[in-house]
Design a protein around this ligand. Structure first.
Ligand code: HEM
Length: 220
């Protein structure tokens, strides 16, 4: 990068923790389902739900780069961004780019749908999702099929997500992973740092989200 640069915090700790916990929990949800450890599958699902609720609220009250208004752009803007994907240029992006933002939204939606469907699913023998009784056995059985199918869509999205990150590394020499781990990115000195929301707010939002899910899980 030409000219003066400085390290800027682009991702707050809550967003980074959200991301890597989500990765671990999705892997855990898959593994426990494959092995028939249904109690742990439920726990993974509830934890994912708490994370998603946190992230949805954080998208409105969190740090600049976590806010939906900052990164959700039109498909036209996403295509315009992708048009220069092969061009090697300095990484001046603060937060998600226009294409990445839509991908993030799609992944969050797919995972939310997955958890929602899981609540109404059944294994047909021993275990029903906590809301399966509301729809009856036949529909619950069909919903279980959708729950399994939607997981393939999540897998496809994750493959695309990781492929996009690799593409940025190879074609543009942009390292997106390091900022998602450390929070920091080297940017031209002239660029203003994004505003970071206070940690107590993240803790409060997460406590309410987790408390709500816990109450639901124990009462349902
Ligand atoms: C189950 C697998 C995964 C899921 C569901 C997932 C989901 C997400 C989501 C929802 C975001 C947006 C973060 C936010 O704004 O809250 C994101 C961003 C990101 N993820 Fe993942 N992710 C997964 C795996 C990975 C892996 C394996 C890597 C590393 C290779 C990775 C690297 C990143 C990076 C670097 C960003 C920020 C991209 C940017 O700069 O705009 N993710 N991911």
């Amino acid at each position: 990068m030409d000219g003066a640069t400085r390290w800027v915090k682009v991702w707050d700790a809550p967003t980074r923790l959200f991301h890597w916990s989500l990765v671990a929990l999705i892997a855990g949800a898959w593994f426990t389902a494959e092995n028939g450890w249904i109690d742990w599958h439920f726990r993974c699902g509830y934890a994912i739900l708490a994370l998603l609720l946190f992230r949805l609220v954080w998208g409105f009250v969190g740090s600049d780069t976590a806010r939906f208004v900052r990164f959700v752009k039109s498909p036209v803007a996403a295509l315009a961004h992708l048009a220069h994907i092969t061009k090697r240029e300095p990484d001046t992006e603060i937060g998600h780019n226009a294409a990445g933002g839509l991908m993030v939204l799609a992944m969050l939606a797919l995972i939310l749908v997955q958890v929602g469907l899981g609540l109404f699913s059944t294994d047909g023998i021993f275990t029903d999702g906590p809301l399966a009784y509301l729809v009856g056995p036949d529909l619950s059985d069909r919903i279980t099929g959708w729950h399994e199918f939607n997981f393939n869509l999540i897998l496809a999205a994750v493959v695309l997500h990781v492929a996009a990150i690799l593409t940025y590394a190879v074609l543009k020499r942009h390292d997106l992973v390091r900022p998602m781990v450390t929070g920091l990115k080297k940017l031209p000195a002239g660029l203003a740092a994004p505003r970071m929301a206070p940690l107590w707010l993240a803790l409060l939002v997460f406590a309410v989200a987790a408390g709500g899910v816990y109450a639901f899980a124990t009462l349902a």
